[in-house]
Design a protein around this ligand. Structure first.
Ligand SMILES: [Zn+2]
Length: 380
């Protein structure tokens, strides 16, 4: 595809304000690009105006997944932007705008690669499925929905196009965010024996949970230790009343050595134990994400690394991701390998004046195509 058209696809996507919502506009735009091609297009609605999009091309052979999210984070304070966040200004070899780095450049490059392969006119030896998700930035629930509804079940491999500066990321930690709420009975603080203090069981919980998490002292060779932080505490309403409610939140970063399921069990067991002793605690979680165990030994990681190094002279080592991605959801769908690989270093992601270098984006378009071809060969 000519550079201008590839660039227009990215700038058009940036111009769509899909900050934490309105992903259907992205899905509409991408659907239009594939009109007239022999592809299967499926819309998977999460909520009104929020459609995941699945596009599958090819009729036989190994199936490679391309994963990208349609949403971006909010632009924040407009006055901090040198260029308008939703206009895709090209300046000095960079494209500025919300999502240029995270990750409409990765999404657009995957789409350009698919269109180029379709335009090659030759019968293709394999298939590609684009999984464009909603709500990645606020909980990966679009990918969770696609995984649950079976759209990843038959993949032979998956590339998540998050910014990695063309490093092949092969592992990342998981996340468990939890909230513990404590109920008590409010009375005048001069007669505390008539009430039940909601704060005290929460203090016990905080101490005990830290002890339990500290026991997970085995280190993953790349990701290091599991970490646990009690991040918020609130309770009580008046200095001379026994508090009848309190809550705290905690953030756990898990590694493949201790599964999320094991951690849930330990948290639940502690709650049951304290409740038996008279506490009234409940626990809930928000959008937990499982860790990505190292994919360094997989054929997909190795072939991607070879293409990046030999054909594009870009990356030198496998690396670990800093945060969870949609891969935390897709990994639960099957035993296929997953890597994270995309244009842009991600340093300006979620910030004002986010940008991607034009050249990096264009390299991404070529790179995804080259990897798909090699994937089809090696997984045939
Ligand atoms: Zn992202």
């Amino acid at each position: 595809m000519e550079k201008e058209r590839a660039l227009k696809i990215l700038t058009d996507l940036i111009a769509i304000d899909s900050a934490n919502d309105h992903e259907s506009l992205v899905a509409d735009y991408l659907t239009d690009l594939f009109k007239g091609y022999d592809v299967e297009i499926e819309r998977v609605s999460y909520a009104p105006g929020r459609d995941n999009l699945v596009i599958t091309m090819g009729s036989h052979g190994p199936l490679l997944g391309f994963s990208g999210h349609e949403d971006v984070v909010s632009a924040g304070e407009l006055e901090n932007w040198q260029y308008p966040p939703f206009e895709a200004t090209v300046q000095d070899g960079k494209i500025y705008g919300r999502g240029t780095s995270d990750m409409k450049s990765g999404l657009a490059a995957m789409v350009v690669a698919m269109l180029d392969l379709l335009d090659s006119g030759k019968e293709l030896p394999g298939r590609i499925r684009l999984l464009a998700s909603v709500g990645e930035e606020t909980g990966e629930y679009g990918a969770a929905q696609l995984a649950k509804e079976g759209y990843a079940n038959d993949l032979d491999g998956l590339i998540v196009g998050e910014p990695s500066n063309f490093d092949v990321r092969v592992t990342h930690k998981g996340v468990i965010d939890y909230y513990v709420t404590s109920k008590g009975l409010c009375v005048h603080s001069s007669t505390p024996e008539k009430g039940r203090n909601a704060i005290m069981p929460l203090v016990t919980f905080a101490q005990r949970v830290q002890e339990i998490m500290d026991r997970h002292d085995q280190k993953d060779p790349v990701l290091g230790s599991l970490t646990h932080v009690i991040s918020q505490v609130q309770g009580g309403s008046q200095i001379n009343s026994v508090p009848d409610s309190a809550w705290l939140s905690g953030n756990i970063r898990t590694t493949p050595l201790y599964s999320n399921d094991q951690i849930y069990q330990e948290l639940e067991d502690l709650i049951v134990e304290l409740n038996k002793q008279g506490a009234e605690l409940t626990i809930r979680y928000s959008f937990p994400e499982v860790p990505l165990p190292s994919q360094a030994g997989t054929k997909l990681a190795k072939l991607a690394q070879e293409v990046v190094q030999n054909d594009f002279n870009r990356s030198y080592d496998f690396t670990a991701g800093t945060g969870a991605t949609d891969s935390s959801e897709y990994i639960q769908a099957g035993a296929f390998p997953i890597i994270i690989l995309g244009p842009s270093d991600g340093l300006t992601a979620h910030q004002p004046n986010e940008f991607v270098k034009v050249d990096d984006y264009l390299v991404g378009c070529q790179l995804y195509q080259a990897i798909a071809r090699k994937f089809w060969q090696e997984y045939a």
